[in-house]
Design a protein around this ligand. Structure first.
Ligand SMILES: Cc1cc2nc3c(=O)[nH]c(=O)nc-3n(C[C@H](O)[C@H](O)[C@H](O)COP(=O)(O)OP(=O)(O)OC[C@H]3O[C@@H](n4cnc5c(N)ncnc54)[C@H](O)[C@@H]3O)c2cc1C
Length: 223
């Protein structure tokens, strides 16, 4: 695996717990929408602590972008990422990952599991191929929803937001379970893209299969 060191050019909060990091892009660095890479912080004691994060920028953008949920309570890499400043450096591996756009379908994301879909949906917009794609995006709280405005702009009413851990005035309060999926989806003969916490990916995949989706058309990755 090759390694590339990049400098952080911009950092901003997209939700109270999620930060957007923009870095420069090494010459010739390649990835596809939906792919991730191992990221380490270029500081003593942290260079060997690699964690996977997904590109939210597009393959032809001049800079790289990551959208990262910080877990201060874990005392791990994301906690350290939360303290970084512009000018600090990251070490990236090669791009890898299972999530890739196969055709029109429904994207189902939980929390930071939206990140591969951000890049894919941005690319589809650029290629004018968004039509017919839908999104179901589940979060614990309203304040956790990443890029709600952009997702609505991209997909209009085909972006559905679900809040699991509080009563929401803006969005549907409940869970993405078999009952919810049955109400939202009439055609199970389409692609489904599922990304989020392992338990959610497992539960949603099982529910989709029960409702008639073919396993070969369910594209998954755990975030
Ligand atoms: C392919 C892929 C792509 C990903 N892309 C993104 C992305 O784009 N954006 C994003 O935000 N995330 C993404 N993730 C998730 C991201 O990799 C993790 O959030 C990150 O690795 C956490 O690193 P950490 O060092 O902060 O914590 P960890 O290494 O997970 O944990 C550090 C310590 O905290 C404790 N701990 C672990 N889990 C828990 C828990 N659930 N509760 C309490 N304590 C715990 C353990 O003691 C552990 O040793 C992706 C994951 C995968 C697999």
């Amino acid at each position: 695996m090759s390694e590339s060191t990049v400098s952080i050019l911009e950092i901003e909060n997209v939700t109270p717990e999620v930060k957007r990091f923009v870095t420069d892009r090494p010459d010739g660095y390649q990835f596809r929408p939906g792919q991730a890479t191992e990221v380490a912080i270029a500081k003593d004691g942290w260079r060997d602590e690699e964690r996977p994060f997904t590109f939210t920028s597009l393959p032809n953008d001049a800079k790289l972008e990551f959208t990262i949920k910080i877990y201060p309570e874990r005392d791990g890499v994301t906690d350290r990422l939360g303290d970084l400043k512009e000018g600090d450096e990251l070490i990236l591996g090669d791009a890898w990952g299972a999530i890739e756009y196969m055709g029109t379908g429904t994207f189902i994301a939980g929390g930071a599991g939206i990140t591969p879909f951000i890049s894919i949906l941005r690319e589809l917009e650029k290629e004018e191929k968004l039509k017919g794609n839908r999104l179901i995006f589940s979060n614990d709280r309203e304040s956790d929803v990443i890029l709600a405005g952009e997702l609505r702009r991209l997909l209009g009413d085909d972006a559905k937001f679900v809040i699991t851990d509080e009563e929401s005035e803006r969005y549907f309060s409940g869970r993405v379970d078999e009952d919810y999926l049955k109400k939202q989806i009439s055609d199970f003969d389409q692609y489904f893209y599922v990304c989020g916490p392992p338990a959610m990916v497992e539960d949603v995949t099982e529910a989709l299969k029960k409702l008639g989706a073919d396993e070969s058309r369910i594209v998954t990755e755990e975030a």
